[in-house]
Design a protein around this ligand. Structure first.
Ligand SMILES: N[C@@H](CCC(=O)N[C@@H](CS)C(=O)NCC(=O)O)C(=O)O
Length: 225
């Protein structure tokens, strides 16, 4: 009797921007490398706090999605989205199609890290707080609502500056599509949820957004879970 080999990864995730950073990246990898980077999806119901249950805390002490388990590397566990993308890039993108080699292209690699760290400490948490105070907070706090929306818009303006004469955030010339773009795209994708009606204020960001959104792998990644 033949057994079906397990897929190399398990992705514990939910339908949120952070979850989708990883599913988009995995779908982009799958479009290049096929079954070698296939993955099982375990949907975590964050509305029921499944991510705070003891079994999940063993995977990620921070109690948040997403988490990637790499069956092909002795069930190595990775949490924090930017760290997951960089891990996948290091081990599963030998052709460096979604990133840059730190040894042969150190400046491009540094630019990619700069934009990933910037988004990880900026757009993600600020837009997340804008969502919280505008949609979920048990009391109405106008100062907090205003502060996080304004900060999110300021950060969109930072991307606008960078993208004015470029197609992508990192890399030579007009830039090259990479983990730096995938790391922030799912947040821009839900700008309306945060109360930002349109991207018209940031025309270069809008062109970048439309270009990435049109990619088939991005559409596939956004559909998970
Ligand atoms: N810095 C973390 C943030 C992860 C995060 O905030 N995940 C959210 C969903 S987008 C979550 O799990 N929320 C549920 C909770 O905080 O309990 C990362 O990049 O992985």
């Amino acid at each position: 009797m033949s057994t079906v080999p397990a897929k190399p990864f398990v992705l514990y995730t939910a339908g949120t921007p952070n979850g989708r950073k990883v599913s988009v990246f995995l779908e982009e990898l799958r479009a290049i490398y096929g079954e070698r980077v296939d993955y099982d999806v375990e949907k975590i119901d964050i509305s029921r706090n499944v991510q705070k249950e003891p079994w999940f805390i063993k995977l990620n002490p921070n109690g948040r999605i997403p988490v990637l388990v790499d069956r092909a590397r002795e069930d190595f566990v990775v949490f924090e989205t930017a760290a997951i993308l960089l891990y996948l890039e290091q081990h599963y993108d030998p052709e460096r199609k979604l990133g840059f080699d730190p040894v042969s292209h150190p400046n491009d690699y540094s630019e990619m890290l700069q934009w990933m760290f910037w988004a990880h400490g900026g757009v993600g948490p600020m837009q997340g707080q804008a969502n919280h105070f505008n949609r979920f907070a048990p009391e109405d706090i106008p100062y907090a609502k205003q502060r996080y929306i304004l900060e999110t818009k300021r950060l969109y303006g930072v991307m606008e500056i960078r993208l004015t004469d470029r197609d992508y955030l990192a890399g030579p010339g007009r830039g090259v599509y990479s983990a730096a773009d995938i790391n922030v795209f799912p947040w821009i994708n839900v700008h309306q949820f945060a109360g930002i009606e349109s991207l018209d204020e940031w025309p270069s960001l809008k062109v970048w957004f439309d270009r990435i959104k049109a990619r088939e792998a991005v559409q596939d990644g956004l559909a998970i879970p």
